[in-house]
Design a protein around this ligand. Sequence first.
Ligand SMILES: *[C@@H]1O[C@H](CO)[C@@H](O)[C@H](O)[C@H]1NC(C)=O
Ligand SMILES: *[C@@H]1O[C@H](CO)[C@@H](O)[C@H](O)[C@H]1NC(C)=O
Ligand SMILES: *[C@@H]1O[C@H](CO)[C@@H](O)[C@H](O)[C@H]1NC(C)=O
Ligand SMILES: *[C@@H]1O[C@H](CO)[C@@H](O)[C@H](O)[C@H]1NC(C)=O
Ligand SMILES: *[C@@H]1O[C@H](CO)[C@@H](O)[C@H](O)[C@H]1NC(C)=O
Length: 439
Amino acid sequence: MALLCSCILMAAMGLVALAVPHPRSSALHHLTKQLLGQYRKEVRPVHNWTEATTVYLDLSVHAVLDVDVQNQKLKTSVWYHEVWNDEFLSWNSSMFDEIREISLPLSAIWAPDIIINEFMDIERSPDLPYVYVNSSGAIRNSKPIQVVSACSLQTYAFPFDIQNCSLTFNSILHTVEDIDLSFLRNREDIRYHKKAFLNDSEWQLLSVTSAYSILQSGAGDFAQIQFNVVIRRRPLAYVVSLLIPSIFLMLVDLGSFYLPPNCRARIVFKTSVLVGYTVFRVNMSDEVPRTAGSTSLIGVFFTICMALLVLSLSKSILLIKFLHDERRGGREQPLSCLRRDSEADGSLTCPSTRATCAEATESPVCQEHQVQAGTLKEVWLQLRSINNHLQARDKVYQQEVKWLALLYRFDQLLFQSYLVVLGLYTLTLCSLWALWNGL
Ligand SMILES: *[C@@H]1O[C@H](CO)[C@@H](O)[C@H](O)[C@H]1NC(C)=O
Ligand SMILES: *[C@@H]1O[C@H](CO)[C@@H](O)[C@H](O)[C@H]1NC(C)=O
Ligand SMILES: *[C@@H]1O[C@H](CO)[C@@H](O)[C@H](O)[C@H]1NC(C)=O
Ligand SMILES: *[C@@H]1O[C@H](CO)[C@@H](O)[C@H](O)[C@H]1NC(C)=O
Ligand SMILES: *[C@@H]1O[C@H](CO)[C@@H](O)[C@H](O)[C@H]1NC(C)=O
């Protein structure tokens, strides 16, 4: 009885097993077997070898991840599509349960060897294992890739810079007779397709222009498609953190010209500004991109500002030194204000004394005068030597005054050059901004 029961159970289980369709009986399986049974992925899938396989390309830029100016590298995340026709992978869909599209492993079929010419590093692009094939043999392969590409990045107009980087696709081996390239979408659509782009980064996508060309080389003619990704930087953060503070520092320094030039506080003031400026530059040095080949305009401006600061500081030091010399000299010659009188009287005193003496020779006072004439002469000689000495000093003094006047002039010149530099800087920034806006 138990044996019978188990037999019935076994039979029932067998029936159940028969009722569940075997995977081999599915239309998909049939189709895949039919397609890949005799398929050889080494062979370019055309019946007539003289025909080229056309690969249709499309690209949409998803995000700009990194712009490395120092190493001239651009890292972007793009969505890449390619479509080609495989003449060996087509079927009549009415014979296969109306299947119009199936996915096949990419590793099992022939695929074009298209690379990005500028790539330096393809990072973390997931290897998607399947492609879609439709009943007329069109194969669609799409994948997101993070491209690190070489690009000539210009920093001249930083932070109002616009970068134009190209991604060139071509077959690494096949000439245009074997693999030709074409566009999957209208070029205008590619150009203004920005929906996929992540907006809230530092970079803004302006356009993606594309061009087809044939690259002629010794190894043959290669079809290539170039996408020019044009991006521009959003400058607001840099304007706030870099340009405005530097202008403020310059304005403060400009204010120091309103202190009297001979005021020692000016040196202290200017030194503080210089220190402040240095600290500012050191802080900001990471923000300003640097390349070996070219410097940005604002880097040049910072250097000019620094030079002006140093120049005006050294001028102030010189001025104070001269003023100090003069003051010390002034203390040692308290008679200097009298020298005009002694000069004027020197030649007149004696004749007049003599005249008065001749009139009153008899007077004992006069005799006394005559006795004193010798000493007077001595005094006069002394006065004269003092006078010579004073005149020499005067010459030195006048030279100093000349120097001082020169320094004052220089001070004014510096003030004017500050104004000119600031004006030029503002003008340049404004025009760069206008250019930036115009695109
Ligand atoms: C291949 O195509 C070319 C031109 O398209 C034609 O002249 C040639 O006869 C074709 N060859 C075969 C085997 O069909
Ligand atoms: C597909 O198969 C159906 C029936 O099997 C046939 O009538 C039809 O002509 C075929 N189509 C093509 C394009 O061969
Ligand atoms: C297969 O895909 C290609 C390209 O996407 C298309 O042109 C063609 O009409 C499709 N064929 C079928 C049968 O859907
Ligand atoms: C970008 O560069 C390519 C050549 O490298 C040029 O043809 C294209 O006009 C440039 N685009 C812009 C917007 O400057
Ligand atoms: C990106 O910004 C542009 C203009 O700045 C706007 O037209 C577009 O809708 C934005 N896209 C997204 C996804 O935010």
